[in-house]
Design a protein around this ligand. Structure first.
Ligand SMILES: [Zn+2]
Length: 288
């Protein structure tokens, strides 16, 4: 491939700057966690994919026991096997979880997908009095699975936030713990809801604040729309998810698999809410 002078100059500048940038980036806890530069974690004897801090061994064993079912569930729902191995980091305290990931100390996150791995907080084992670690692992694995399918394309922001979250919530039976189906319906009726963008954004992904709703509401509403898409596609929903994972532009994949535009599908969904024909799922009773 021919490289022009300008391109060569930019490449040389990048090669010069990169060794300076990498150590700077690695000062951030999240970058260190993504690079697996973790200290104090050791792998579990019974499942070397699971890493735990001292004091988290019991939780780590329970994660290991839940892993096979979670992987099978994600692969079945999303239509493809995982493409690469991963690690599960199990933290001994929520404080350690947020510190390792560079999150605010009061972050309500129970788990997180970070680059090649997933992380689990002890919160997952006692979320509002319920053990949700299976659901948490499954939710994060759904995100990891999509990232693995997209490969480098995941950096392009191909998948809109509402779809990534709604899919993970639907796969894992999450997103229904705080906001009830009825509350979500009422919010839809009042016009307080997300709008299904056709593409994601890598640097500044759409957030709940962007839509003027809470994160639990965004999760609940996204899950409702994704489940509407799931049911409407019948048996071919996995094919649609596979197309998205191949990096097909989201609106193109929608048009190809549904024979209609995202906008029309969204209006049909809103109409199904108005007419009461939408099928409620996830009533806030978490699977055991
Ligand atoms: Zn998520």
């Amino acid at each position: 491939m021919f490289l022009g002078r300008g391109r060569i100059r930019r490449l040389l500048i990048l090669l010069w700057v990169l060794p300076l940038l990498v150590p700077l980036l690695l000062l951030h806890p999240r970058a260190r966690a993504a690079a697996r530069l973790t200290t104090g974690f050791q792998s579990l004897e019974q499942d070397t994919r699971v890493f735990y801090e001292p004091g988290a061994e019991v939780h780590a064993k329970r994660c290991a026991e839940s892993l096979s079912a979670a992987i099978a569930r994600v692969q079945e729902y999303q239509g493809q096997p995982f493409r690469a191995g991963f690690r599960v980091y199990v933290c001994a305290s929520h404080e350690s979880f947020t510190r390792c990931l560079g999150e605010p100390a009061d972050s309500p996150a129970r788990g997180m997908k970070l680059f090649r791995d997933i992380w689990v907080s002890p919160l997952a084992f006692n979320f509002r009095g319920t053990d949700t670690h299976r659901q948490t692992i499954t939710h994060e694995l759904s995100h990891l699975h999509m990232t693995q399918q997209l490969g480098l394309r995941s950096f392009m922001g191909t998948v809109p936030t509402w779809f990534a979250e709604g899919l993970a919530d639907s796969v894992a039976d999450t997103g229904c713990e705080i906001v009830s189906h009825q509350e979500a319906r009422e919010a839809f009726a009042r016009g307080r809801h997300f709008v299904p963008d056709a593409e994601g954004r890598f640097l500044f992904p759409q957030s709940a604040t962007h839509y003027g709703i809470s994160w639990p509401m965004l999760h609940r509403q996204s899950r409702m729309f994704v489940e509407y898409l799931h049911d409407r596609a019948g048996g071919s929903f996995e094919d649609f998810v596979v197309a998205v994972g191949k990096g097909e532009p989201f609106d193109v994949a929608i048009q190809e698999h549904y024979g209609d535009s995202l906008n029309n599908l969204w209006n049909d969904f809103l109409e199904s809410l108005n007419s009461g024909s939408e099928t409620p799922r996830g009533q806030g009773h978490l699977a055991p």
